[in-house]
Write a protein that binds this ligand. Structure first.
Ligand code: ZN
Ligand code: FE
Length: 256
């Protein structure tokens, strides 16, 4: 069994289980408690910990019920807005869960208190793993709801600075529409065209469009390419700075 189990929920949300120490598990953004309980059961896993990226109901909906039924610990960044929270984390906190180290990366933008969780490779964990909530999506990024474009862009750049081979697990399956949107801006971008074909194939085969990698995002995520001449030219903003270009892309995506 892979160490990450992807659980689709509510149409386009992704919940993740991460297996460690044989049959312990942590859950990331469990919006739907019965979907999580079924998956724990199916894989014979015991839920010890919940990690929350941000307070929105479509990431926290199952928290209270799961805590009641499993006695797990609830960890997240926002004491006031996350239900049943036990431990509040902030930027640069390192959590020790079993033998796993989990690094907290503050990524304000979608909400003021959003965080991402990063697991470096180790003896216990062969792949580098990043859970991005609604900050970075495969081919896209979250809506800017409580901060300005500069803050969101800075958060995305922090994630983009992680190692290229980090596996990226995001909070929603918006992958197809993200690449369709990218092609409306840059219809002739071969890498984006190819990625869209791969995504369509994955979906046809019944697979998930996650994980992607940091390398793949840097190459084809249009929001991470806001500082390129190609995007500036496409938007007719040749002299604009990256943040203004990013803000314009986000505005267009909001109404796409
Ligand atoms: Zn959200
Ligand atoms: Fe969400």
């Amino acid at each position: 069994m892979e160490s990450v189990v992807t659980i689709p929920a509510f149409g386009d949300n992704f919940i993740y289980l991460y297996r460690y120490d044989k049959n312990n598990a942590l859950a990331v953004d469990p919006c739907d408690s019965s979907a999580v309980l079924n998956s724990l059961n199916e894989h014979n896993l015991k839920l010890t910990t919940i990690l929350i990226t941000h307070h929105h109901w479509d990431h926290t909906g199952g928290v209270s019920d799961l805590k009641k039924k499993t006695g797990c610990e609830v960890i997240g960044p926002d004491k006031r807005r996350i239900p049943a929270i036990d431990r509040v984390v902030d930027d640069k906190h390192v959590l020790a869960i079993g033998n796993i180290e989990i690094h907290v990366i503050a990524t304000p933008g979608h909400t003021k208190t959003s965080v991402c969780y990063y697991i470096p490779a180790s003896n216990e964990n062969e792949h580098k793993i990043l859970w991005t909530g609604d900050t970075l999506f495969a081919g896209g990024c979250g809506r800017i709801m409580e901060c300005n474009a500069q803050t969101m862009f800075d958060s995305l750049l922090r994630l983009a600075s992680l190692p290229d081979d980090t596996l990226v697990y995001c909070g929603h399956d918006y992958t197809l529409e993200n690449y369709e949107f990218a092609l409306t801006i840059e219809p002739d971008n071969k890498a984006v065209q190819q990625r869209l074909q791969e995504i369509k194939q994955t979906i046809r085969a019944g697979g998930f469009t996650v994980p992607s990698t940091i390398l793949q995002e840097k190459a084809t995520n249009i929001f991470l390419r806001s500082d390129t001449n190609e995007i500036k030219t496409a938007l007719k903003m040749p002299d604009a700075g990256a943040v203004d270009v990013f803000a314009e892309l986000r505005r267009r995506k909001d109404i796409f």
